[in-house]
Write a protein that binds this ligand. Structure first.
Ligand SMILES: NC(=O)c1ccc[n+]([C@@H]2O[C@H](COP(=O)([O-])OP(=O)(O)OC[C@H]3O[C@@H](n4cnc5c(N)ncnc54)[C@H](O)[C@@H]3O)[C@@H](O)[C@H]2O)c1
Length: 307
């Protein structure tokens, strides 16, 4: 039996491919961009294709007998916000193509990474599965739509759809995401290149982060577990302030110049400073979160420019 990973050439996908092939799973990656993959795993099959192209997708399902699908292919912010219509074609129509084709070909399980952004600006951690969803971006509204349609497919058809709402995933290979959650990665990259960085958030801004390898472990646990009570799961991550990140970077790169100049956007500030509490949660075997220092140290040592 083979596993399909849509978007398997992306940041999370590359780590997931590696973990699954290490566990002797046969893996097929279907991604629109398979050129220049930094961490290509030669044991996996890479197919260039677009999830919004139904005929192309069907051919892949006809060729292989997939038992499970990790559906990671997606457009992320800021592109979703700049061009919602194109993002709709991929994130919504593409997801429908994947769900429907998977159903028609007897796929048992679909794993889908959703996002903690579904909770919106008035979110109060810890997040729970019962919390009110309040999307405030095009991206988060598409995530909710896919959670709902996936849940409905799970009820109506013989397929297990399981979603997990990730916080900001950090680690080597991460790209800056939306304007608001990109600062940890930008801070590290600029410090590594000796460029002064001005963060558009206040030092007290607190966001939840998760290390890439833990995020991949969560996806694998979700796929493997046969005792699940929900279709959608929340992962709260490790809550860190922008100042803690800056101080952590300076510990490893003392010359780093990081200053704070919060943008004067009431909505942005509400989103970023509305988070006061701190609480971690363990879910389906997800334990022992990596500490901030370990995450920063690994990122910095792997990305240090050669002299
Ligand atoms: N990185 C995070 O912090 C984070 C947090 C929450 C949720 N997620 C979700 O996890 C998933 C993977 O995110 P990522 O960080 O690896 O992003 P990424 O951009 O690195 O990977 C997405 C992949 O999808 C591919 N893709 C885009 N359009 C496609 C199409 N039409 N057909 C086929 N492939 C296409 C891209 O080429 C890319 O390789 C996404 O669904 C994202 O929303 C990520």
């Amino acid at each position: 039996m083979t596993i399909l990973i849509t978007g398997g050439a992306g940041f999370i996908g590359c780590y997931l491919v590696h973990r699954l092939v290490e566990a002797d799973q046969a893996v097929v990656v279907y991604d629109i961009n398979i050129d220049n993959i930094e961490n290509k795993d030669e044991r996996a099959v890479y197919i260039q294709g677009d999830i919004s192209n139904l005929d192309q997708l069907k051919k892949v399902f006809e060729k292989y007998e997939f038992e499970s699908v990790f559906h990671l292919a997606s457009i992320l912010p800021p592109k979703t916000e700049e061009d919602p219509y194109s993002a709709f074609k991929i994130n919504i129509e593409g997801t429908m193509n994947v769900l429907n084709t998977a159903c028609n070909h007897g796929v048992k399980t679909i794993i889908y990474p959703s996002s903690a952004t579904v909770f919106g600006p008035d979110r109060k951690p810890p997040f729970t599965e019962e919390d009110l969803r309040d999307p405030w971006t095009v991206y988060s509204s598409f995530k909710i739509c896919n959670e709902i349609i996936g849940s409905i497919y799970s009820k109506k058809f013989d397929i297990n759809f399981r979603a997990v709402r990730f916080p900001v995933v950090l680690g080597p290979g991460a790209d800056p995401l939306s304007g608001m959650s990109s600062y940890p990665i930008e801070m590290m990259d600029d410090a590594l290149h000796g460029v002064p960085y001005v963060a558009e958030v206040s030092p007290e801004t607190r966001i939840p982060i998760i290390h890439i390898e833990e995020a991949v472990q969560v996806l694998i646990n979700l796929w493997r577990s046969d005792q699940l009570h929900f279709v959608i799961y929340d992962i709260d991550g490790l809550w860190v302030t922008a100042k803690e990140i800056a101080d952590g970077i300076k510990k490893h790169i003392p010359s780093a110049e990081i200053t704070f100049k919060p943008v004067e956007d009431a909505m942005v500030q509400k989103v970023l400073t509305g988070i006061k509490e701190e609480k971690d949660k363990d879910r389906f075997g997800f334990k022992g979160k990596r500490m901030l220092d370990e995450i920063l140290q690994e990122y910095i040592s792997r990305k240090k420019p050669e002299k």
